[in-house]
Design a protein around this ligand. Sequence first.
Ligand SMILES: Cc1ncc(COP(=O)(O)O)c(C=O)c1O
Length: 398
Amino acid sequence: MELSGAWQRAARGAMLLAADGTLKPTIFAEMSALATSTGAINLGQGFPDEDGPAEVLEAARQAITDGMNQYPPGLGFPVLREAISRHQHRFYGLTPDPDREVIVTAGATEALAAAILALVETGDEVVTFEPFYDSYAAMIALSGAVHRTVALRAPLFQPDHDELRRAVTDRTRIILVNNPHNPTGAMMDLETLELIVELAHRHDAVIVTDEVYEHLTFGRVHLPIATLPGAWDRTVTVSSGGKTFSTTGWKVGWMTGPSELLQVILAVKQFLTYVNAAPFQPAIAVGLGLPDEFFRGVASVLQGKRDLLSAGLRHAGFSVSESQGSYFVVADAAPLGFADAAGLCRRLPELAGVVAVPMSAFVTDEHKSDYASLVRFAFCKRVDVLERASAQLAGLSR
Ligand SMILES: Cc1ncc(COP(=O)(O)O)c(C=O)c1O
């Protein structure tokens, strides 16, 4: 059976279509399969191996017991929309109206898909920062838009402002921001965020910003682009409970923004999933209302894990970029004599009993060589797992 033309475009956009037209598995699927078949420690895919807060888990059990098991309203349960609105106010001073400016989605993934599909016409341009999360490229290609990228180069992974100015034009419909950034762990500085707002105004573009790692930052406070002067009216902010509360499998996400934009996006979202995750919605509402210490604690525990794995990677001989946020750290394998990270990742289970993902999985074919020796490691794992991985990786340089 042939994949439809539109999805062939999407698969090509996401670099999953081989030259002979066959579909390749994603590198995440390939690497996770390798972890399973070899028993290696999986630092490839970004999911935590410990449960999140007990109150949140208990609230989901209670919601099931209480019978919250049918379709929620199209916008999401009011209890969650109100909690999202309060959260935006508590942390960022934003005041989205829970009835008009908040929509609950099936993870951030659905929010991003609906936003791109709703706002973009064939031939429009979408600007992303490269490397990028793989679903962006697939959705941009599916929408028929042209994908323009601005490079984030090692070791700091900040965009060059002139390159950004050249990439955004009157053809740009969306500037798609991801801050804190997967896979690099970089956070955008204020000047870059201001420039994005300025360019969006100048070229009448919408900013869609993926902030799923908003609470997982290390020594830096996350600044949503929607808080900048002039940004709110043209910004759709996307986030999710998966990362903050270690509930990635629940797929409870949301978007906030001006109702004119959200109404249009809702028209698409209602035909993607319509609604999802009924009993998990009130549970994430409980999570969003947890005291500040919880949010500080999540970040500081993860910072300790970042430090542990980064030190292990340095000790093993990698050159390591400092991760400022997210679950991920980028390590350059060139000092160890590995110029090809994809090749190294395929051999890493046998060499060190560890699985990781090459950065080339997050870049377009024409830019793969710029990232050829870089590897992404996930540190959202138990301390003993990270210690074991570090000890095993130390054997690489011997
Ligand atoms: C940058 C980024 N955006 C979105 C997602 C997906 O979020 P969700 O599971 O809420 O759909 C991920 C998950 O890895 C991510 O890293």
